[in-house]
Write a protein that binds this ligand. Structure first.
Ligand code: SAM
Length: 281
């Protein structure tokens, strides 16, 4: 018998994948966590039935949430990741030798535990053995309240604005992020699909613009996310993602990337008109 997993992207449309077995299924105090083996996308993590990461296409999301900010900031030494319990974002940050410390603040310890167990290609740097990585199992909303002028870059690698992540899309949180960032700080947040989530984006970018002087959207192709057309918010105090981007440092990077490159860095900020309209002031 074929086993199929389906995620609904709207009431009448979804993505469906043939799976072979369930590696883990359990409920934490925050959400249902499943890790399944699929025939075409490798291992896949689901939270409350929604695709978080697959082994086959996670490189796109994790390269694109990390490298645009790290090649724009002049000297990123201390980076905070809120969410990101699968470890993929931390893995990409570790490729930047100038980063002295990456802090991961993930609300759900079960996500970290099962990512280490079943998703080693992503979670290798969050197993407690990397001296440049510090783990906090905590609500990002609580953790950020304690931080002032602490981080060069803050990456919000959260679930969708439902459940524990709702507050991570609100103006109060962005104000706390602004305070936690240094004077030339940059914040990146995954900002959903321009195709399916226009209303969420309008509110999210209005909240960002109420706090940050520079706010831009950039795009990436992520086949297992709703519509495949995904986006990230770039919000900063002083750095512009294209004007201040260090093209040479990016071109001369000493690590391989499979999606990000120094030309795509600029191209990702060129948006289709409807995506621009979603976030127009
Ligand atoms: N790439 C995925 C996406 O774009 O939807 C995100 C993956 S990562 C697994 C999302 C993580 O955010 C989850 O592990 C979840 O537990 C965490 N999270 C949600 N709300 C949070 C909060 N308030 N503080 C810290 N982590 C949170």
């Amino acid at each position: 018998m074929d086993l199929w997993y389906t995620e609904k992207h709207s009431d009448n449309v979804g993505i469906t994948m043939k799976t072979t077995r369930t590696l883990f299924s359990g409920k934490s105090e925050y959400q249902q966590l499943d890790i399944v083996e699929t025939l075409e996308f490798g291992r896949m993590m689901l939270l409350d039935g929604l695709v978080m990461v697959t082994e086959r296409d996670e490189f796109i999301y994790h390269e694109m949430i990390v490298h645009p900010a790290l090649f724009t900031h002049p000297n990123p030494k201390k980076v905070l990741v809120i969410g990101g319990g699968d470890g993929g974002t931390i893995r990409e940050i570790m490729k930047h030798p100038e980063v002295e410390l990456a802090v991961l603040c993930e609300i759900d310890g079960l996500v970290i535990e099962k990512s280490i167990e079943f998703l080693p290609s992503m979670a290798a740097d969050i197993d407690g053995n990397n001296p440049r990585v510090k783990l906090h199992v905590d609500d990002g909303l609580a953790y950020i309240r304690e931080q002032q002028n602490e981080f060069d870059i803050i990456l919000v690698d959260s679930t969708d604005p439902i459940g524990p992540a709702v507050g991570l899309f609100e103006k109060d949180f962005y104000t706390l992020v602004f305070t936690a960032l240094k004077d030339d700080g940059i914040m990146i947040a995954q900002s959903e699909s321009p195709f399916y989530h226009a209303v969420i984006q309008k509110i999210m970018y209005r909240n960002l613009r109420a706090v940050f002087p520079i706010v831009e959207m950039y795009q990436a192709f992520i086949p297992t996310y709703p519509s495949g057309f995904w986006s990230f918010a770039f919000a900063s105090k002083t750095c512009h993602p294209c004007n201040d981007f260090d093209h040479d440092r990016s071109a001369k990077r000493n690590f391989h990337t499979r999606y990000y490159n120094q030309d795509l860095h600029l191209g990702a900020f060129m948006l289709p008109t409807f995506a621009r309209d979603n976030i127009a002031e």
